[in-house]
Design a protein around this ligand. Structure first.
Ligand SMILES: [Zn+2]
Length: 253
């Protein structure tokens, strides 16, 4: 049975704990960012296959770049919220003692990094990054910071002249193996596993909770509503990340 916790202050994360946090679109939505499942979101105007797959990019790169350009514009207008900031506070508290902290985010918007989180694995890539689309080119493996919008002329690789693409993991693409390995290694030795604002439907990360729990971690979901894999968690804190997280990290061991 998953315990429902109404008061996050009742949980205490010790200063020397090792903590892995997994975040999803819910925490960004509270900064006003359009999310994948929003009915009024950017995605509604486009089919996922057209704008977020390698096939879509091959078929109509102008459309894909217009889509990511508008997402870049949208993300630039958003600011990190109290949920993002609470995770920065938690990281600093743990690191200043003998704890450890790893944030695995499914969000590509960079809000965690802008808030000041340091140990972050952006497993779905970065919206404000660009790399070469030619897998035979060495620049396909090195992303560079790029917050420009491309409504007109598309960017090309200086080395091989293929089109550049957003450095995001599209549907049907593999996650980065090294990032996956690092995340799972941390998940399997953490004391606390916190999933924030994620519906728990996208594998493999939706399975992290089982790994963490099997390794003896306390597993907590904080989300507006119950996720599909709710049963896998010890505890569920219903609510907004901006309300729940400042209380959850305010507790001292
Ligand atoms: Zn290239």
């Amino acid at each position: 049975m998953t315990e429902i916790i109404q008061d996050p202050l009742s949980l205490t994360i010790d200063d020397d704990a090792s903590v892995v946090v997994l975040t999803g679109a819910g925490i960004s939505a509270e900064s006003g960012l359009s999310t994948f499942r929003d009915s009024d979101g950017l995605w509604e105007k486009h089919r996922v296959e057209d704008v977020a797959t390698p096939e879509g990019f091959r078929h109509d790169p102008e459309l894909v770049w217009r889509f990511y350009s508008s997402r870049r514009k949208n993300a630039r207008t958003c600011q990190p919220n109290d949920g993002h900031k609470a995770l920065v506070d938690l990281e600093r508290r743990l690191k200043s003692k003998n704890g450890s902290f790893l944030l695995v985010t499914q969000n590509i918007d960079g809000l965690h990094q802008r808030a000041g989180s340091e140990n972050v694995i952006p497993i779905h890539g970065g919206l404000m990054e660009t790399r070469c689309s030619n897998i035979r080119c060495e620049d396909s493996r090195t992303a560079v910071y790029d917050d420009k919008v491309y409504d007109d002329e598309l960017p090309k690789c200086e080395k091989c002249s293929h089109l550049l693409r957003p450095n995001v993991v599209w549907f049907g693409e593999m996650l980065d193996v090294a990032q996956q390995r690092e995340a799972i290694w941390a998940v399997r030795k953490c004391d606390w596993f916190l999933a924030i604002g994620t519906s728990g439907t996208v594998y493999p990360v939706a399975g992290y909770v089982q790994d963490a729990r099997a390794a003896g971690a306390r597993t907590v979901l904080a989300n507006l509503k119950a996720a599909d894999n709710l049963h896998a968690f010890h505890s569920f804190i219903p609510g907004r990340a901006t309300d729940v997280l400042p209380k959850l990290v305010a507790t001292t061991g």
